[in-house]
Design a protein around this ligand. Structure first.
Ligand code: PLP
Length: 286
């Protein structure tokens, strides 16, 4: 758990960290966020996470909360103050504090910025990956701009809760044409019988996962075949391997979908290989 948080310009103890009840993040989910992995003291793909944050902010017209380079300093300070070696850093920016009104405050108010960090042992993920995880599927009820990493996550929360109640780890979201979009908190992938790795193409209906982006480069460097295209639930059920990607899960084998075994019902060799090499090839910054 975070012991020290950065809240709007100050480093404060977790217990005394507070935000205003009229913060638009609290009242409208009017904000965006990032989660970046910390592995052996280094930030993984930090630059890409900052670029995506800038994209999300621009798409919802929230100003950058700090000058260029400022966020990198704050993130490092939060990691140092919490003594994080392995885990995650969470960055959230909202439009700021103003009397409740849907229309943007005019003149604009200062965006709110919070940064927290959490220590998580990598062994927990490794143990999970050795067994693989189960996913269930549920209709994708989200809005039409999920390429923006918005803090408005109610459909994702409900989908994850459904997965949890079904004894599964993740929920794959299925669009109205029966095509898998992505996981509630991850990108979705399958490996076809012929070895082609498939993940949905980028558009407004999925998040441009940073793990996804880096993995695509790794797949190319390994000489493996990749297809960025839509795939159906039926195709996923017939796949020889499946996995999910995300900063908190890395490359996590999926061994069951809706209770049906994928391949032999154990983590697949391509998935495990990609997981094993991910940290060697992803960008690290300290
Ligand atoms: N898709 C959704 C809906 C997510 O919430 C996440 C991560 O939180 C991802 C995909 C994976 O993104 P990343 O690899 O940047 O963590």
């Amino acid at each position: 758990m975070t012991r020290v948080a950065y809240v709007n310009g100050r480093y404060v103890s977790r217990r005394s960290a507070v935000v205003d009840i009229e913060d638009r993040g609290y009242q409208f989910a009017d904000g965006v966020y990032e989660v970046c992995e910390v592995f052996r003291g280094a930030l993984i793909d930090e630059q890409r996470h900052f670029e995506r944050l800038a994209y999300s902010l621009a798409e919802v017209q929230i100003a950058a909360p700090l000058r260029p380079g400022g966020l990198a300093i704050v993130v490092r300070e939060v990691l140092a103050r919490n003594k994080i070696e392995n885990g995650f850093v969470y960055v959230q920016v909202t439009r700021g504090v103003a009397p409740r009104d849907h229309v943007f405050p005019h003149p604009p108010v200062r965006p709110s910025l919070i940064v927290t960090a959490r220590q998580v042992s990598p062994e927990i993920g490794e143990l999970k990956a050795q067994k693989g995880v189960s996913v269930i599927t549920t209709p994708d009820l989200r809005w039409k701009r999920v390429d923006i990493k918005s803090i408005s996550l109610l459909p994702n929360v409900l989908a994850r809760q459904l997965a949890h109640e079904s004894g599964a780890y993740e929920a794959w979201l299925v669009d109205c044409s029966g095509m898998v979009t992505e996981g509630a908190a991850s990108n979705a992938w399958i490996v076809c019988e012929n070895g082609t790795i498939v993940t949905r193409n980028l558009d407004h209906s999925i998040l441009r996962g940073i793990t996804r982006t880096t993995l695509i480069e790794i797949i190319a460097a390994q000489g493996l075949e990749l297809a960025e295209r839509k795939f159906s639930l039926e195709e996923a059920l017939a796949a020889s391997e499946a996995f999910i990607t995300g900063a908190t899960t890395l490359i996590m084998p999926v061994v069951r979908i809706n209770g049906k075994k994928i391949g032999d019902g154990i983590p697949g060799p391509i998935t495990l290989k990609l997981r094993a090499i991910f940290h060697d090839l992803a960008a690290r910054s300290t």
